[in-house]
Design a protein around this ligand. Structure first.
Ligand SMILES: CSC[C@H]1O[C@H](OP(=O)(O)O)[C@H](O)[C@@H]1O
Ligand SMILES: Nc1ncnc2[nH]cnc12
Length: 290
């Protein structure tokens, strides 16, 4: 048994959480650069918690410039075991309405201008992301959201786009009708892939703010409309997060889905051919297997 530490990555509109005992903003140094912000640490119902605003307080980082590797490394370095990503998202489904939450379980990664792996020349690693989210953690989010009175949808495919512009109407229709995506956002990739490389359980909660641009009755998405919905969603998100420690507990058994063992047999580079500088940077993420 290890100790649970829940890491919450707060998206647009969710820049802090309340109610943590011993709350403190901690600056974490990472060999992958500076994280988006300091990390709020503390305890809730006897469980260690860490909260990181994805875009930084004051919304400084764009979806492209969020330091995804530093963020995941910093959470791992602090001792986080389970990451809950909370993200403002557009909906491609009539029934996934603004104000609803969707616990996402698949992704289509259309991002192209971001560093997507901790591995590379001198230490090549390949992890599976066929099932990119942790079902155990996702189930806890579903229960927590339901207990908080939120309309929550179980499962969905999140299209991760580069942004920062929203989609064209043709793209919106293609993602929905041809590709079968359910929700859209700009940040869950490469975050989910990096969490898997770091052997962290990862669950994604999409807080629906809009119908993107496909819906004939809702016109095109704009940020004013998103912000209006986002403020109510952020309160709901905080309510969901407050319920997670009691559901997950302070003691943690190995992940039944193997998220915490994702690197076993993943590294191909022969020990003698590995780059010592890269190995040093991988200390937190992959130290267990190096
Ligand atoms: C505020 S509109 C677009 C912006 O909101 C989402 O951010 P996050 O995923 O961090 O909640 C979306 O991905 C865009 O970055
Ligand atoms: N329609 C949308 N497209 C991309 N990211 C979003 N975040 C919130 N709504 C979005």
């Amino acid at each position: 048994m290890t100790q649970t530490m829940i890491g919450v990555i707060g998206g647009s509109g969710l820049y802090e959480i309340d109610g943590l005992e011993g709350a403190e903003w901690t600056t974490v140094d990472s060999p992958w650069g500076a994280p988006s912000d300091a990390i709020l640490t503390g305890r809730l119902d006897g469980v260690a918690m860490a909260f990181l605003p994805r875009h930084g307080r004051g919304h400084v980082h764009s979806p492209t410039t969020v330091p995804y590797r530093a963020n995941i490394d910093a959470l791992k370095r602090l001792g986080v075991t389970d990451v809950i990503a909370v993200s403002a998202s557009g909906s491609f489904r009539e029934e996934m309405a603004p104000g609803d939450f969707v616990v996402v379980d698949q992704f289509i990664d259309r991002t192209f201008a971001r560093e997507k792996s901790f591995f590379g020349t001198g230490c090549v690693g390949h992890v599976s992301v066929a099932h990119p989210t942790c079902p155990r953690l996702g189930a806890a989010c579903i229960t927590a959201a339901r207990d908080a009175g939120i309309t929550v949808h179980e499962g969905g495919t999140y299209l991760a786009m580069e942004g920062p512009q929203f989609s064209t109407l043709a793209e919106s229709r293609m993602y929905r009708e041809v590709w079968g995506a359910d929700v859209i956002g700009m940040t869950n990739m490469p975050e989910a892939k990096l969490a898997r490389e770091a052997e962290l359980c990862y669950a994604s909660v999409a807080m629906i703010t809009d119908y993107d641009s496909w819906h004939p009755d809702h016109g095109e998405v704009d940020v004013t409309q998103i912000i209006a919905t986002l403020l109510g969603n952020a309160d709901k998100g905080r309510d969901m997060v407050r319920r997670l420690p009691a559901l997950l507990g302070a003691e943690r058994a190995p992940c039944p889905h193997g998220c915490d063992r994702a690197l076993e047999n993943a590294i191909l580079t022969a020990p003698g051919a590995r780059d010592p500088e890269l190995l040093a940077r991988l200390d937190a993420v992959a130290g267990r297997v190096l």
